[in-house]
Design a protein around this ligand. Sequence first.
Ligand code: NAD
Length: 435
Amino acid sequence: MARKGTHPVSTMTKPAARSVREGPNEFETAQRQFDRAAEILNLDPNIRCILRTPQRILEVHFPVHMDDGSIRVFTGFRVQHNLHRGPTKGGIRYHPDVTLDEVKALAMWMTWKFAIIGLPFGGAKGGVVVEPERLSQTELEHLTRRFTTEISIIIGPERDIPAPDVNTSGQTMAWMMDTYSMHTGFSVPAVVTGKPLSIGGSEGRLEATGRGVMIVTIDALQRLGIPPTETTVAVQGFGNVGSHTARLLHQEGCRIVAVSDVHGGIYNPKGLPVPELLRYVQEHGTVLGFPQTESVTNMELLELPVTVLVPAALGNQITAENADRIRARVVSEGANGPTTPEADAIMHENGVFLIPDILANAGGVTVSYFEWVQDLQQFFWTENEIDQKLAHIMRKSFAKTYATMENRGVDMRMAAYIEAVSNVAAATDARSIYP
Ligand code: NAD
């Protein structure tokens, strides 16, 4: 490890290369979605002001020893949107495109996600502006440990509990947990979730988001009277969420006809043998080139004639530009924020049944909550117990949202927002304003 004084120290910040961000500002999208729900709920203007903005924002600039002996200064954020229903919770993202507005939006969406699922947390999110693939393991560990130290003034098992997100993993959480525990002087497993099993992680966490997407998709098909065996599915993104969703929907009898990753997509209308595809991806690192398939672009995949479309890659994929060409009967949002508000309106008009991100991909945070509870009580459940508890919570939340959709005559996204925002508003109102 490079030590101060043993190398010429460069305090210059070498900015990470940034790709051009496409699509609308996420925080504006998040606020517009909230405003619509607040309007429908006729929410008290004072409560509206409180919930529309994050409660706490921490921006940090911190030095990291690099392998070549230099020091590089990185920028990171931790945003806590709302603390009225309990401690805050949310992932940490490492990406060159991370912005404060993106982190604010993601923190706000986390608040609604916890409220719709009925878990006792407020939303938070964190991020570091970095291209992780350009850093060595040692540099990533230094960065993670120093970032954890910088934000340790606001995180903790009863305050704010980080988790993995884009480009962070169980290993990242292990470093965070260890750093926090070193400062405290004893092991604090409940400070983060998504940890390896050996240090207090939970069974079932890795596939939890995909399992949740599968459960609500099957529920939606049931409501629409479409049997899984007559269902075709296209999945954009074949990472954690996309691959587990595809595998579990395939197990339920659905025909997975198209999947994609960052390099492009593959399509076979007769269906893909998902277990073989998973093995192929492990070997080749991409879905491209899988036998007996034709190539499609990520944009073409979205427009295929399928029963179910699962966007499970990035935000801003379905926009005013392509929404009219979406032919799926059901869209299950595995990714966060894949649909813009304009596209929502177009698809609703066209009769697409959309299961919104804050409901569809909430399986991950639900098992994160189970991990936190298990760590606090030092008593661990079996995978079967986890799966059953997860299924119960997902089904209950889907049914509640579906009922609100019918009673209020709104789409599923607005129904989820109405449920979530009224829960948080009730907590805010009950606690009143201090002092
Ligand atoms: P991941 O990194 O495991 O997988 C992402 C997938 O998307 C990969 O297959 C990657 O190749 C692909 N991809 C990347 N850039 C792309 C592009 N430009 N076009 C098409 N595909 C692209 O990430 P993940 O954990 O599966 O997360 C995917 C989405 O789901 C993100 O929006 C994330 O915020 C959301 N999400 C994840 C979880 C979770 O538990 N992992 C929970 C809730 C929501």
